[in-house]
Design a protein around this ligand. Sequence first.
Ligand SMILES: [Zn+2]
Length: 187
Amino acid sequence: MSRFPVSPTSRQAIWDFVRNLRRTLGLEYEFYFNIVNFVEKVMPVMFPDFIFEVCTTEEMGNMHGETIPSEHKIRIREDVYNNACMDIGRDRLTMAHEAEHYFMHDEKSIIFPKSAGSGKIPTFCDPEWQANVFAGELLAPSYLIDGLPAYIVQKRCSVSFSCADRQLSAIESERSKQNGIVIDLDF
Ligand SMILES: [Zn+2]
């Protein structure tokens, strides 16, 4: 979780980033993305000071996961980690969400509320929105799933039905934007 607005980023820019990342990993055209392996084994190679911790429910309480940029750390609650290892879509998404916070929001990129103006955080500056867009795209890439029914996306990508459905709606939204019709989705 992050409470501060961050630099504005469009959905398409996040999608492009994810595609580049998957390409770099040699996984551009794989439906299934092994997020547990990525966080546990790949991120420590990409970021030598990165620390991944699986924490007890007593330690984490209601939090499923958290990212602490100042400590170069991602912490995931043990039941969430175990479920992600068993390919439960919701928990895989949580791990992808925290990975985004680590990738994108180091201490320097955090904009404090004062300098970002007052009131509601604009969607594109909302770190939670950005993390959700990244997580959905990492696990169910728009360029692979376009045109597929949600239940097929759910199965091939090991995501929840709602995640698959949101991704497909986001694809429609982006397409409408390109055609000059604006449909604003807050996820
Ligand atoms: Zn978050």
